[in-house]
Design a protein around this ligand. Structure first.
Ligand SMILES: [Zn+2]
Ligand SMILES: [Zn+2]
Length: 349
């Protein structure tokens, strides 16, 4: 059955993608898609304010969305640590780093070996006593995340602490009932700016001319497509890939904690990897657990199923469908600094 339904999906892709370049086809859908379940969000973080509101989607349709207001602070796990303070410390004193598809513990040894790890003798984030250079004020964490980071932050481990983000409030709008369009929507470009917030859009929504679009402008940024991939069940953002090349080229390291998250003062706490730490909903059939929702409302599941197997037959967005769950996504492996590649459903403007 799984194969049959995937075949149907393939065939419909083929038919529609060869047919024309016309705009989104609202009538085209898979067998079904499961609605967002707000109970999971409340169970993962009782501080989330979840309400049903009217919304206009990117394809111009009026719809219902869940408005999720969060202070970006998970209650299901601790945040940090990120930077160890000495090269003699073990993995429990630091977070993780993502490189080449792999997850590395940022322990003292990792920091000690950065010059050989990156084959660049300019790396040396510690002094003669083995103390690691760590940003230790809010101003440092803001300065070190500036695109024109000064020499003074070269060879610093950058961390922003939860105490800096006491007044962050974020609102997400997620369609209650996800749609399925044959043309995928690519996210805004990622990894361009020095910081997450500094990322410049480079992707473009493929469907139609913005000038012909009904309804309000989808976003203040040029492309209109948000960079946010979705949210974890606990309300923490699944962000665009961290701009690691820019971080590294300034000889700074901005580690993620063991849950795959870190803080910047504008976004608050956010994830760049799903490491299996945040609240999840076990699936009775051994399928990978539910971990969140994409901005188009389709469910996001973990990378691996209960027996450690990768999902099969994923499309270009990392989605597929099955008889129990309908269409849904699976996140990329934690080491890839990526969640999903695109969305198949309309998102809320
Ligand atoms: Zn980030
Ligand atoms: Zn699946």
């Amino acid at each position: 059955m799984k194969h049959l339904s995937f075949l149907t999906l393939l065939v419909s892709f083929f038919l529609f993608s060869c047919g024309s370049q016309k705009s989104a086809n609202n009538g085209n859908s898979l067998k079904f898609a499961t609605e967002v379940n707000p109970d999971y969000l409340k169970a993962a973080n009782k501080n989330l304010l979840v309400t049903k509101v009217q919304c206009t989607l990117s394809d111009g349709t009026k719809s219902e969305c869940y408005q999720i207001v969060t202070n970006s602070t998970p209650t299901d796990h601790a945040m940090g640590p990120w930077c160890p303070t000495s090269i003699s410390q073990g993995a429990d004193a630091g977070g993780i780093w993502l490189e080449g598809g792999k997850v590395y513990d940022v322990d003292g040894e990792f920091v000690k070996n950065m010059a050989s790890f990156y084959k660049d003798a300019n790396w040396k984030m510690y002094d003669a006593e083995g103390n690691i250079n760590v940003t230790n004020t809010e101003q440092d964490c803001i300065n070190a995340a500036n695109p024109n980071v000064g020499e003074e932050y070269k060879n610093f481990c950058v961390e922003c602490l939860p105490s800096y983000i006491t007044d962050v409030s974020k609102t997400f709008l997620i369609p209650v009932k996800p749609s399925f369009q044959e043309e995928v929507i690519n996210f805004m470009g990622a990894g361009v700016g020095r910081t997450d917030r500094g990322e410049k859009p480079s992707g473009r929504k493929p469907q139609k001319d913005d000038s012909k679009k009904k309804g309000p402008k989808p976003d203040r940024r040029e492309s209109g497509v948000p960079s946010t991939r979705g949210i974890a069940l606990n309300g923490v953002e699944f962000s665009a890939p961290a701009p690691v090349n820019n971080i590294l080229s300034a000889y700074t390291l901005a580690p993620f904690d063991d849950a795959g998250g870190h803080i910047n003062v504008h976004q608050g706490y956010h994830y760049h990897a799903a490491t299996g730490v945040s609240y999840s909903v076990k699936q009775e059939d051994g399928h990978a657990p539910l971990i969140g929702y994409a901005i188009d409302g389709h469910a996001i599941y973990a990378n691996l199923d209960e027996s450690g197997k990768l999902p099969e037959g994923l499309d270009s967005c990392r989605g597929h469908d099955d008889d129990l769950r309908g269409y849904h996504y699976h996140v990329d492996a934690a080491g890839t600094n990526n969640f999903i590649n695109c969305i198949h459903g309309a998102y809320a403007n």
